[in-house]
Design a protein around this ligand. Structure first.
Ligand SMILES: NC(=O)c1ccc[n+]([C@@H]2O[C@H](COP(=O)([O-])OP(=O)(O)OC[C@H]3O[C@@H](n4cnc5c(N)ncnc54)[C@H](O)[C@@H]3O)[C@@H](O)[C@H]2O)c1
Length: 379
């Protein structure tokens, strides 16, 4: 194998060829890269990272094994290729392993590691955040509400989406934080991650109220229990609204993902991003997202802009490009997001919120996040 010098054709090894790893492999193959897989279950090219031939010629690795194995797989890869470029599925690892993961990364100063962050590289989120900035310049943000609801009972029955450590927060929490990070200033976002929420409930609903922040409410349900039918229900067809959104319940086996981010400004104006609102009415609904700017009273606001594209695939290719171009030592793990989400899971289990202290950076371990952001904007 020969290590690529351009993005034309890279040699990529996907470790963990399950549900999400198969999506990685398909997306990279479709983009023209040479992909092989590692998985002890049948069908993969190799059953262990140690058996991958010529690891020094691998251009990028994807770690898409169960979260409990991420740290050991990353160690296996770095043992074989100390300057590896790794796209690591989220969560990066379990909360108790964060310190060890950070130590491992520091011991490999030539490696580049990104934790997969689809919504950070989503054109729809970027256009939404730009629209929010434009409209909030002289009309401050009063409230941010983000909901990610899906009925995952089918997946849970098949052993997926059962996170014993982050709990409900582990599935959509990272995505909701990525959207919040896109909308808030860096200082406000850091303050959010260190503010104990006013309330956390098991569904999960997280309300935060602090003097230096707008009101913020994150809500996610994996049983299909919709919380804010009024904030984005208008974007869906009349049938979808009547059957699932108005009753606030997505039944077992129905694929509807009710996902939106709504920013309410002091004037009462709303900027709302609705993902996949053409569910049930268009075949390619998964690749169309809509931003609305409206007064919150109009029953059928007109779209402000539509964003087309598969943001999962686009994010993978952008991050591959970032890994390829990033200087040695870039590692974006975001330990404090992991700690915040773990604290939510803890709060649900115990009724008390652990202190959000610690001097860890909420971004890049080596302070290179700004450079990565620049690379990202060039991509
Ligand atoms: N970014 C996202 O939106 C997103 C969505 C879903 C899951 N995930 C994350 O992706 C990861 C995988 O989730 P999934 O749902 O695809 O799980 P999965 O169970 O479908 O697949 C995991 C695969 O890894 C294999 N495996 C286990 N240990 C291994 C090892 N040591 N080496 C090689 N292969 C090994 C298993 O045989 C299995 O095929 C998890 O960390 C999960 O949190 C991310």
């Amino acid at each position: 194998m020969v290590r690529a010098t351009s993005l034309d054709e890279m040699t990529i090894v996907v470790v963990g060829a399950g549900k999400i790893g198969s999506h990685h492999a398909a997306a990279f193959r479709q983009a023209g890269h040479l992909v092989s897989t590692v998985d002890p279950s049948s069908g993969a090219d190799w059953d262990h990272v140690a058996r991958v031939p010529e690891p020094s010629s691998v251009d990028a690795w994807v770690v898409a094994t169960p979260t409990a194995t991420h740290l050991s797989v990353v160690c296996d890869i770095l043992r074989r290729q100390p300057d590896a470029r790794i796209l690591l599925e989220k969560p990066a690892c379990y909360p108790a392993e964060l310190t060890e993961l950070v130590r491992t990364v520091r011991q490999h100063p030539r490696a580049r590691i990104l934790v997969n962050d689809v919504y950070s590289y989503s054109a729809s989120v970027r256009r939404f955040a730009e629209t929010v900035r434009e409209h909030s310049e002289f009309d401050p943000i009063r409230k941010i509400t983000i909901e990610f609801t899906k009925n995952r009972d089918f997946d849970v029955a098949h052993g997926r989406f059962v996170d014993t450590q982050y709990g409900e927060a582990g599935y959509e929490g990272f995505h909701m934080l990525s959207i919040l990070r896109a909308v808030l200033s860096a200082d406000a976002y850091q303050s959010y991650l260190y503010t104990v929420p006013a309330s956390v409930t098991a569904e999960m609903r997280v309300r935060t109220s602090a003097a230096d922040l707008p009101e913020i409410e994150l809500y996610t349900s994996s049983t299909g229990a919709i919380a804010f039918a009024d904030l984005a229900g208008f974007a869906f067809s009349a049938d979808v609204f009547k059957n699932y959104i108005e009753p606030s319940a997505v039944p077992y086996g129905v694929d509807l993902r009710y996902r939106f981010a709504d920013v309410e400004l002091d004037s009462g104006k709303h900027v709302t991003l609705v993902f996949e609102p053409f569910f049930g009415s268009e075949d390619d609904y998964k690749n169309t997202h809509v931003v609305y700017v409206h007064d919150g009273r109009d029953a059928a606001p007109k779209p402000h802009l539509l964003v087309f594209g598969n943001h999962f695939k686009e994010a993978l290719l952008t991050q591959l490009d970032l890994l390829h171009r990033a200087e040695e030592g870039h590692a974006v793990i975001r330990p404090s997001e992991h700690r915040f989400l773990a604290a939510l899971g803890w709060a649900v289990g115990t009724g008390s919120f652990p202190p959000l202290t610690g001097a860890d950076q909420y971004v890049d371990l080596r302070g290179n996040d700004e450079k990565l952001a620049q690379l990202g904007s060039e991509a």
